[in-house]
Write a protein that binds this ligand. Structure first.
Ligand SMILES: Nc1ncnc2c1ncn2[C@@H]1O[C@H](COP(=O)(O)OP(=O)(O)OP(=O)(O)O)[C@@H](O)[C@H]1O
Length: 865
């Protein structure tokens, strides 16, 4: 029992010892795990702390960089804004009031933006600017007292940056008891018209709408020019300024169209209709929001100091009173039109002199011709218009005939001919040439015409024993013999070049200058430098005969050496000298703005309404216009049958002649050797037009056969179109040429057969003899080849092998072919001054011409497809 108990105790002890052992082992393992976990926690914590530190560093660096970049960009932006503001609102438009004074506007500079206060960008201050003149209407809303200050500031800056008289001011206070803006705006009274009360607003708005209507009727080509009309409209901010429907309509019109006519509204207390031209300023507690400054609030400038306003307004009003009123064209014109006789000369008034008396410019036996000089922009066009205006008002169309050539690239003479917008024309004008700087041939044609007229007058004078125009008119009263005035602007361009054309032009001008004056042919030559060497080339006698000199400011070498008057006169003045420029004979004249479309149109319409029933509109030659093939040269109506009569010698119309009267250049196509035409050059559209106008005009003249041979794929559309428009045409390609030759062998019945060839240089060597055969033998059987070769050398290749070479080409038209290349074809055309250019061609027909002539290829179909 005892032993059993001991064994049991020992076993329990054993179990307990084992249990204790494993508990210890588990504890040790748990403690090891805990130590490991703690270790990991420490590592993670350290890593986290490190990460946080790094992130903080990175954030700090990024923030510093952003701040630095933001600072730099803001500074650059502020710098740009400041310099832009200084440029856009220079001088009185932008300086703060404490240093403010008026500034003279710079010529040809658009009006400035105007400062109303400042905006702050990152502690930098930039002027806040708003547009007005030439740009916007301004509506100010908010506290009326502050608004009047803003308006007064804008007005003072606008007046202070324009010339006296350039800005008209109207102030209308809509309130029944309006004080016209009271203190802030009252000081502007000397500069404008003031009105008050709702009942007067209708009249004021109607007057503005009428001003806009007149402007649209005769728009000023230079819309950006002064004068401006600023209209201040003040109403009660409470908004009880009820406008009538009519007033609202008129206001909307002014808002829409006013700025383009120089009319600008400055409004307080009224809501202007939505329009891109309206610029709104909203005031709130000393600051403002504007469309120009966006989210940046504007810190408004104080109202302008009242002494500055009154000083400036008084001085502008004084200057306006002291300055002579602007010269008006109407003041120069006689009360009654066409009362003068031109028997003894043409006398015009250009404007008032320095003494206020009219300055007369005579064209007569003593001063038969005139030179007008002045640099570009000095007012040559205006002076010529003033002169012409004065003449056409004094002398009727039977006394004066005008020929006007503008080689300057301008188009102002075009208004003398009827136009799409204005059907009136100048009854005195016989001819006007514009955009002719490249068309010296037209100038030459006019001189030839006047030379012929002068010969007729000289012969009549000889017959009658008349020594001058007065005696000629007295001796032969049945002929009107008007005085002829040839005006050439930029005449040096007409004489440009050293070639036969310039030589003949100079000779004819010299002849007109020499003998024209006595028999009523007068020259007015105008230019920037009338003595430029190439122009007169040793013919100083031409200029010497121009005893009347008109020098605009800055004119060079027009007056005698030592006569410096042209350098001293102000803008819009001219020196009139009737003694060849001698220093003692100067008179200074103030010129009206006669080229202004409004005043000119009024005068032109008046003389036009009084035109004689027999009068015809002047010929207008516009070098930029492309004439269309006239309808009479296209087949229309019934197509003549083969039995219809054939004209004795049909003529192919090739283009319009560059001549005094518009007319076609025609190539006669009779039954004679060589009656073929070669069109030469690479300009496919013009070559196709020439072939088309030739073919269509031939078809319009009578029965004929037509064959079209198209060897150039690029010309196929044009050739196909021609085939459709011709009464009947056979079509051949390159391979069909032998067949074409065979078909022409049956001709001989007298019916002409025209073979129209496109790109004939593409004919293969084995087909060239077909073309040669057609060219050589065709004309005598009434078969004529009208063909296009892309160059002279390619034509030579086609012809090589014939003995006659170019004998079979009786006429040619050259497009972009230089004169030197044409040597083998004609009589030294390089001497004629030919310069290849678009829509001009040189035409030579052996049976007609001594020298080639320039023509303008007609446009036959306007899309060249
Ligand atoms: N007497 C004047 N009064 C008011 N404005 C004038 C007067 N003369 C010229 N001007 C203005 O001056 C500008 C230039 O005038 P104009 O076109 O006559 O000069 P131009 O010498 O013919 O110039 P360009 O050779 O460049 O054509 C025009 O805008 C015109 O309206």
């Amino acid at each position: 029992m005892g032993r059993h108990r001991h064994a049991l105790v020992a076993a329990v002890r054993q179990d307990l010892a084992e249990a204790r052992g494993s508990a210890r082992a588990m504890l040790a393992a748990a403690e090891a795990a805990r130590a490991h976990a703690q270790q990991r926690r420490r590592v993670v914590r350290d890593a986290y702390a490190l990460c946080l530190n790094r992130l903080a560093d990175a954030r700090h660096a990024a923030r510093t960089d952003i701040r630095r970049r933001f600072g730099a960009e803001t500074a650059a932006l502020v710098r740009d804004l400041t310099s832009l503001a200084a440029h856009s609102a220079a001088g009185a438009a932008g300086t703060p009031w404490r240093v403010w004074s008026p500034t003279e506007p710079r010529p040809h500079t658009p009006p400035s933006l105007l400062r109303i206060g400042t905006i702050t960008i990152e502690s930098a201050t930039v002027p806040a600017l708003v547009p007005l003149l030439n740009a916007a209407h301004v509506q100010v809303s908010g506290d009326p007292h502050t608004a009047d200050g803003v308006i007064a500031g804008l007005l003072l800056r606008a007046v202070g940056t324009t010339r006296p008289g350039d800005l008209r001011l109207t102030l209308h206070d809509h309130r029944p008891t309006g004080d016209g803006g009271g203190g802030a705006l009252a000081a502007f009274a000397p500069l404008g018209v003031r009105s008050a009360g709702p009942e007067r607003l209708t009249g004021a708005l109607d007057a503005l709408v009428e001003q806009i209507r007149r402007h649209h009727e005769s728009p000023d080509p230079d819309d950006a020019a002064p004068p401006w009309h600023v209209v201040v409209l003040l109403a009660d901010p409470a908004g009880d300024a009820e406008l009538t429907g009519h007033q609202q309509t008129q206001l909307a019109r002014i808002v829409r169209d006013g700025t383009a006519c120089g009319i600008h509204l400055l409004v307080r207390g009224l809501d202007l209709p939505a329009d891109p031209a309206v610029h709104r300023i909203a005031l709130r507690a000393g600051t403002a929001r504007t469309e120009a400054t966006g989210d940046f609030p504007v810190r408004l400038d104080p109202p302008p100091p009242s002494d500055r306003v009154s000083d400036l307004c008084r001085s502008v009003a004084d200057r306006l009173r002291a300055a002579p009123p602007p010269v008006r064209l109407a003041n120069l014109l006689p009360d009654r039109l066409w009362t003068e006789s031109a028997a003894h000369g043409l006398h015009a008034v250009l404007g008032p002199g320095t003494d206020g008396n009219p300055v007369e410019v005579p064209l007569d036996d003593r001063t038969p011709h005139a030179l007008v000089g002045g640099p570009s922009g000095s007012g040559r066009t205006t002076l010529l218009h003033a002169w012409i205006a004065s003449l056409i008002a004094r002398y009727g169309p039977a006394e004066l005939a005008l020929y006007l050539l503008d080689f300057s690239g301008g188009t102002s003479f075009a208004r003398f001919a009827p136009g799409a917008r204005d059907p009136s024309w100048l009854p005195h004008a016989r001819l006007a040439g514009v955009n002719i700087a490249e068309d010296r041939e037209f100038g030459l044609a006019v001189l030839r015409r006047l030379g012929a007229e002068l010969r007729v007058r000289c012969q009549a004078a000889k017959r009658l024993g008349a020594a001058d125009l007065a005696q000629l008119r007295a001796g032969e009263r049945t002929v009107p013999w008007p005085r002829i005035l040839l005006v050439v602007d930029d005449f040096t361009n007409m004489l440009a070049g050293r070639d036969a054309l310039a030589d003949e032009t100079l000779t004819l001008l010299g002849d007109l200058a020499h003998r024209g004056g006595a028999y009523g042919v007068h020259l007015v030559l105008s230019g920037a430098d009338v003595r430029s060497a190439t122009a007169v080339r040793g013919r100083s006698d031409l200029l010497d005969r121009c005893a009347l000199r008109l020098a605009l400011p800055g004119a060079r070498r027009l007056l005698a050496d030592g006569n410096l008057a042209a350098a001293l006169i102000p803008r819009f003045h001219a020196v009139v000298n009737t003694d060849g420029g001698a220093a003692g004979a100067n008179r200074v004249v103030r010129l009206p703005d006669a080229a202004d479309r409004g005043s000119w149109t009024l005068l032109q319409r008046t003389v036009w309404r009084q035109r004689p029933a027999s009068g015809t509109p002047p010929r207008l030659f516009d070098g930029n216009a492309v004439p269309r093939l006239p309808a009479r040269h296209r087949p229309s109506g019934r197509v003549p049958g083969p039995s219809a009569p054939v004209g004795p010698s049909p003529g192919a119309v090739l283009g319009e002649r560059v001549d005094v009267t518009a007319g076609p250049a025609e190539m006669p196509l009779g039954r004679m050797p060589g009656r073929n035409l070669a069109v030469l050059g690479g300009r496919a559209d013009e070559a196709c037009d020439i072939l088309a106008s030739a073919s269509l005009s031939l078809a319009a003249q009578g029965a004929a056969r037509f064959s079209i041979a198209c060897l150039h794929p690029g010309a196929e559309p044009a050739a196909a179109r021609l085939a459709v428009e011709l009464p009947e045409a056979a079509w051949y390609d390159a391979d069909g040429l032998p067949e074409l030759l065979a078909a022409t062998r049956f001709d001989g019945d007298g019916l002409p057969h025209y073979v129209i060839g496109y790109g004939l240089d593409a004919a293969g060597t084995d087909h060239r003899d077909v073309l040669r055969s057609l060219l050589t033998d065709g004309p005598e059987r009434c078969v004529h080849l009208l063909g296009w070769w892309r160059s002279v050398s390619r034509l030579c290749s086609t012809l090589s092998g014939t003995d006659a070479r170019f004998e079979s080409i009786g006429a040619w038209v050259a497009l972009d072919v230089r004169a030197a290349e044409l040597g083998p074809l004609g009589p030294q055309p390089d001497a004629s001054g030919w310069r290849p250019r678009r829509r001009r061609a040189l035409y030579f027909d052996r049976t007609v011409h001594r020298m080639p002539e320039v023509l303008i290829p007609y446009e036959v179909n306007n899309d060249h497809t």
